[in-house]
Design a protein around this ligand. Structure first.
Ligand code: ADP
Length: 224
């Protein structure tokens, strides 16, 4: 499994790493030329590549933990809307020109969940929505007595009908996705984690129209 992942990921690691090297060289050059605007542009580039690499390493570690059955959720109380806002801020350097994230929040209360796992799940879905679309992304969060709901909608390439049964399989990538970087493990991890948290995921997608993923997580009592 590791060998397979490393073969796939090595290219995905190398591309951002060489971008980081180029940007750091330019940061030095622009410092000499006193071009603060250009320096800041490259600092942001470095930051976004590091966030991307960090997410990939998180996924690699997760894959190993899921595989060995080593996941013991660690629950804490936190404000769900704050977590989602943090994720949106972290991923904003990846937005394309004219692409925005529109966040509708109907929850203001604290929830009791594993914040780290929830963050990995939502970050993977948001990275995909950004990657596979050019237009605005809509994120909604909601709640009722039993669950917390998260939905993320993009107007991107969509998932071809014949691929829809397969997208949660490890390493699977649909034919129309191969022009974009990726390893095909994100959704497999999302699914594995949601099973651990007794949550669920569903999606609707039409090729060339867009995709919406809906996640639900049980609301736990503080004592659990
Ligand atoms: P990756 O994006 O690295 O290929 P994932 O496991 O995250 O891997 O997703 C598996 C596949 O599901 C993708 O390769 C793509 O075919 C499809 N997919 C996931 N999210 C989207 C989306 N928002 N829009 C279109 N296709 C998607």
């Amino acid at each position: 499994l590791k060998t397979q992942f490393i073969a796939l990921a090595s290219h995905e690691f190398k591309t951002p790493l060489s971008a980081i090297i180029t940007s750091t060289e330019l940061i030095i050059k622009y410092a000499d030329l006193n071009r603060i605007d250009k320096r800041n542009e490259h600092f942001l580039k470095v930051k976004s590549k590091i966030i991307f690499l960090n997410n990939m390493i998180d996924n690699l570690l997760t894959l190993e933990n899921i595989e060995s059955g080593n996941i013991i959720p660690s629950y804490s109380k936190f404000k769900f809307s704050n977590l989602v806002s943090d994720i949106i801020n972290n991923t904003s350097p990846f937005l394309k020109k004219n692409q925005e994230i529109i966040f509708s929040n109907n929850i203001d209360d604290f929830i009791y969940q594993d914040a780290k796992i929830v963050k990995i799940i939502l970050t993977n879905l948001l990275f995909n929505a950004i990657k596979y679309s050019k237009q605005d992304i809509h994120i909604k969060i909601d709640t009722d007595h039993t669950c917390i709901y998260f939905s993320i909608e993009d107007k991107g390439i969509g998932i071809p009908k014949i691929a829809q049964k397969l997208i949660f399989q490890r390493f699977f990538r649909a034919k129309n996705a191969i022009y974009f970087p990726g390893t095909g493990i994100g959704l497999n991890i999302v699914k594995g984690y949601l099973e651990k948290l007794n949550g669920s995921i569903a999606f609707k997608s039409t090729e060339n129209i867009g995709t919406v993923f809906n996640v639900s997580l049980p609301k736990l009592d503080i004592e659990e």
